[in-house]
Design a binder for this molecule. Sequence first.
Ligand SMILES: [Ca+2]
Ligand SMILES: [Ca+2]
Length: 257
Amino acid sequence: MLVGPPTSAEHAVVGIAGRIGVIPAPLPHIPQHVEEAERIRLLRPHGLRTPLSTRVLRNSLPASNGWDREKSAPIAGDFNGDGRADLAILHGAGGTDVNVWMLIGSITSPLSGTPRLAQVLPSGAGWNLVSQKVSAGDYNGDGAADLAILHAAGATGMYLWKINGAKTTTSLSAAPVKGATSAGTAGWVFGSTQPVSGDVNGDGAADLTLLHAAPDAGVNLWGVWGAKSSAALTGSPGLIKSLPATSGWRYAYAKGV
Ligand SMILES: [Ca+2]
Ligand SMILES: [Ca+2]
């Protein structure tokens, strides 16, 4: 449902799973990542309305093992398709390889196991965490969430990559596949793009919606479609809707979640 344009920077544009709305920021996030002496602590609130004192420490990724919150991009999704959300952490920056780690969700001890290194995205091939924006969704509709990675290419363009999840213990270990290639052509600006995942066309496969700054400073919504096949996310982006500046929309005030 389209409820109207934002009226100030204190509101965020929301576009996911077929709905567009305006909500006050900030949003709660689970799990939360709290920096403490450069290590990463994963905490899981028992409920969003419970006091902070009731949070339970689920895992600790120590700096002595190389973990650095500033080099981490965490994203949640049911990557092994067992019905419980897992956590993928892309780690590494500044000319280093990008490591894709995975922590498994469970009912009894969620995210508490030893992180599994699913794969390494080598810096020698151009991978760089600071040039990436990551989203998660089951784009090929096989029941396991997949990763979509927008990666800057040159000064302005970008490429879309996908890493498939799997209902196995080696989820997210599949080699990255380049998706919609036209996102790497002229007109696309990495710094003016926000990826949001959700099945916006209701075909059972998640899609990737790209919020992109419009020439009039408004917002253009582009769709890259998922599909229950290897063709997921391989088509050219299609313009879904333009939200014009004349109606009050501003990309600078928009946030896809
Ligand atoms: Ca899972
Ligand atoms: Ca999938």
